[in-house]
Ligand binder design. Structure first.
Ligand code: ADP
Ligand code: MG
Length: 137
């Protein structure tokens, strides 16, 4: 049985994201799995806030990636929902982002099948009424 944890509301999702800041003190690859509106971007916002970022965070749906150059750490937030074919990742220079010292968070990793290395952490989010459930592996 997978160990799904209830995440009651947006604030709780932000808090889960914040825990990743300590869990990944340098770099890493985190994939975010879940339907549209599940809360993937909210979780990334929680992480960025914990790292001191105060600005706006929204899914880079059209640009595919949004870079955040924060104190001591580069964070790259991907939203691959609109990726037409995985080869596009080559053109955008995906390997330059996947540096060992960068923290990469990828929404819709399914779209990049075969082009991403195995992640350090997979985060699954699903609806549970108006709340959410989360499972990390
Ligand atoms: P995604 O990136 O997966 O498409 P978003 O992070 O944009 O989803 O979130 C969609 C909506 O879900 C937002 O309005 C957000 O406030 C809400 N939300 C996030 N986490 C939760 C939660 N645990 N319970 C209820 N609503 C949540
Ligand atoms: Mg999103």
């Amino acid at each position: 049985m997978n160990n799904w944890q209830r995440v009651d509301d947006e604030a709780a999702m932000l808090a889960v994201g914040a825990t990743l800041a300590q869990r990944f003190p340098s770099g890493g690859l985190i994939t975010l799995h879940g339907d549209l509106g599940a809360g993937k971007t909210t979780l990334v916002r929680g992480l960025l806030r914990a790292l001191g970022y105060r600005g706006n965070v929204k899914s880079p749906t059209y640009t595919l990636v949004e870079p955040y150059y924060l104190e001591g750490r580069d964070v790259f937030h991907f939203d691959l929902y609109r990726l037409a074919e995985p080869e596009e990742l080559e053109y955008m220079g995906i390997r330059d982002y996947l540096r060992p010292d960068a923290l990469c968070l990828v929404e819709w990793p399914e779209k990049a099948e075969g082009y991403l290395p195995p992640p350090d952490l997979r985060i699954h989010i699903r609806y549970c009424g108006t709340a959410r459930e989360i499972f990390m592996e």
